[in-house]
Design a protein around this ligand. Structure first.
Ligand code: NDP
Length: 460
């Protein structure tokens, strides 16, 4: 065998797995066909956050007036922002590649395809390995409607030559609401078309309602309960036709861009998986057991290609754990419970643990909820609210869910996630002294229970 381990895919999961395995002394090869660092570094989390930050400066310039500053907000230069973002992404991509080489992994620039269970082809080379890891990530998916190819997806959004003045975004998941906030903050008229009554399906109900308020306060036009029907071109412009999810009259929006943020699918097509007996699930993602093993015992898969919890930190944790398990003499698994996550809207959302709806079907929960105007905005005059919520198991008094919409929510909830993972109780939160004056201190001063919810009992 040429290698002990061959990794297909140089994204968050693959790079970490290759790097740590090589550090443990394994002979490692890794192939990437597009860009090192994968979606997160190149067309996902990292450039997205830079664009979010670009939008924030505009807001701060406006808010400063309430604090005595006279700031003339000039026009935003999109191409300057994209050029700066591109420089940073190129720098990071280089670092990823260097880290691999530095760890002693052999790097292949090209697409790897299975020839047989222990052999992959990359370009004109055939490479054999004892263990193979599939870490090929996911791809954005357009809905099956006429003219869908006339719309862009998130991959394209990072390379637009000009800033759209009017944009119709379809979907209300992470990507849809984040980009709605980005384009709105940079001055575009933004329409969000989605099929649910509330955005962010799967998140806590109060958080979703607070998000509606936040999107409206930003001036984003919401079209809930609607499905896209077709896209047509009118010169450079695009016309999106959409209508009620249950039928009914159609509406149209003419915009510079139609943006489909309608989910992602696992990147499994054309890898030759059918040839080697690696089974896929109904959504064409690679089926794995709790040890990340596929239906072919020496082939593993991790990250978005397995479509379980599609977040970069989960992918990197899985890559590290598998490397330690296979080559580090430290077998371990990554728990997919209490995975914190954030949505970088304006203001952002962050959450860890169970929503009220999820927790209350398991047993009664005490809910502590507060909404307030952040101190800063009493002076800035910006209409912006924060919402914080604790979901507490009534019997054990363990905090099983923390949810926040508000400035710095991701920074605050990351710390609280440690407490939730450790099993902290409401009393542990209560005996923690706050840091004053902060928004975060609200989480340790929530004294009055808002309600108790018991969907399990209600269902009896
Ligand atoms: P999501 O799965 O989060 O959301 C997809 C959205 O598209 C939903 O609103 C869904 O509606 C809607 N949708 C799906 N199919 C159709 C259709 N045929 N017609 C109309 N609407 C449709 O996907 P995203 O693309 O937003 O993001 C993909 C994943 O990437 C996320 O799940 C997340 O794991 C990850 N991500 C994480 C980020 C972060 O951590 N901050 C940022 C960006 C992405 P419905 O709700 O009804 O199904």
């Amino acid at each position: 065998m040429d290698f002990d381990l061959f990794v297909i895919g140089g994204g968050s999961a693959g790079v970490r797995c290759a790097r740590i395995s090589a550090g443990h002394g394994a002979r490692v090869g890794i192939a990437e066909e597009r860009f090192w660092g994968g979606t997160c570094v190149n067309i996902g989390c990292v450039p997205k956050k830079l664009l979010v930050q670009a939008g924030e400066y505009g807001g701060w310039a406006e808010d400063a007036a309430g604090f005595g500053w006279t700031i003339q907000k000039g026009p935003h230069d999109w191409s300057k922002l994209i050029a700066a973002k591109d420089r940073e992404i190129t720098r990071l991509e280089g670092i990823y590649r260097k880290l691999l080489a530095g760890a002693g992994a052999t790097v292949f620039d090209g697409r790897a395809v299975f020839i047989d269970p222990h052999t992959v082809q990359v370009g004109d080379r055939r490479i054999t390995a004892k263990t193979i890891v599939i870490a090929t990530g996911g791809l954005p998916e357009r809905p099956p409607i006429p003219g869908a190819e006339l719309g862009i997806v998130s991959d394209d959004a990072f390379y637009l030559k000009t800033m759209p003045r009017r944009i119709a975004i379809v979907g209300s998941g992470y990507i849809a609401v984040e980009f709605a906030g980005i384009f709105r903050a940079l001055g575009a008229e933004v329409h969000l078309i989605y099929r649910q009554p509330l955005p962010l399906r799967g998140f806590d109900h109060d958080l979703r309602e607070a998000e509606v308020e936040a999107l409206r306060a930003q001036g984003i036009v919401l079209h809930p309960g609607n499905l896209p029907r077709k896209v047509e071109a009118a010169g450079d412009r695009r016309i999106l036709t959409f209508g009620g999810a249950q039928g009914g009259d159609a509406q149209t929006i003419e915009a510079d861009l139609v943006f489909f943020a309608t989910g992602r699918r696992a990147n499994t097509a054309g890898l030759g998986l059918e040839r080697i007996g690696v089974e896929l699930n109904a959504k064409c993602a690679v089926r794995v057991d709790e040890n990340l093993r596929t239906t072919q015992p020496h082939v593993y898969a991790m990250g978005d290609v397995t479509d379980r919890v599609n977040l970069t930190p989960v992918a990197t944790a899985e890559g590290h754990a598998l490397a330690d398990t296979l080559f580090g003499g430290n077998p371990r698994m990554v728990s997919l419970w209490n995975v914190p996550s954030a949505v970088f809207t304006s203001p952002p959302i962050a959450t860890v643990g169970l929503s009220e709806e999820q927790a209350s079907v398991l047993g009664a929960v005490d809910i502590y909820l507060t909404q307030f105007t952040p101190m800063r905005h009493n002076l800035s005059g910006r209409k912006r609210k924060s919402m914080m919520k604790l979901v507490v198991d009534k019997d054990s008094q363990k905090v099983v869910g923390v949810h926040m919409l508000g400035e710095d929510a991701p920074e605050i909830v990351q710390g609280l996630a440690i407490a939730v993972v450790m099993g902290a109780t409401k009393a542990d939160f209560d005996r923690t002294i706050g840091i004053h004056p902060t928004a975060a201190e609200e989480f340790v001063t929530l004294r009055t229970r808002t309600r108790t919810t018991d969907l399990a009992k209600a269902a009896e």
